[in-house]
Design a protein around this ligand. Structure first.
Ligand SMILES: [Zn+2]
Length: 141
């Protein structure tokens, strides 16, 4: 005979269960922007279920800093829930540790990864066969 679950009071139901864009108001900001660090903080704490200490260690920040990042993420996600906004994730000061190394093609704008890529190597575009390719390094964000 387990304890009865107490009723939870919810002041307002979510304004939009599917969190799709409201387009009727042109001034309505449809999205909140989560930084990659905020996303990672939520992932480590609530998805991987690490402690704040372990999460902070994984991200290379102090626990107070991690706590601040997580709090900011919670505020944004809550705002998205309450106001029915999309959540976009990009930007912020993060080190993705593994830079993109490869080439880009000037003819067709295709970009491909090659961990052995160097400034001097000669290669051709695998998509269009052009020799007009350039060395490409991306340290994202
Ligand atoms: Zn190409």
């Amino acid at each position: 005979m387990g304890r009865r679950t107490r009723m939870r009071f919810v002041k307002n139901p979510p304004s939009n269960f599917y969190f799709i864009r409201r387009i009727e108001d042109p001034l309505y900001e449809a999205s909140v922007v989560l930084t990659v660090a905020e996303f990672e903080a939520m992932r480590l704490k609530h998805y991987v279920s690490l402690t704040q200490k372990d999460s902070a260690d994984k991200m290379g920040v102090s626990q107070p800093t991690f706590s601040r990042i997580l709090e900011s993420a919670h505020q944004k996600v809550t705002q998205a829930f309450v106001e029915g906004k999309n959540i976009n994730i990009f930007g912020g000061n993060v080190n993705l540790k593994k830079p993109f190394l490869g080439y880009g093609c000037l003819s067709c704008e295709y970009e491909w990864e090659d961990p052995q890529a160097t400034q001097d190597s000669k290669t051709t575009c695998p998509k269009c066969g052009s020799n007009d390719v350039y060395f490409l390094v991306k340290n994202p964000l």
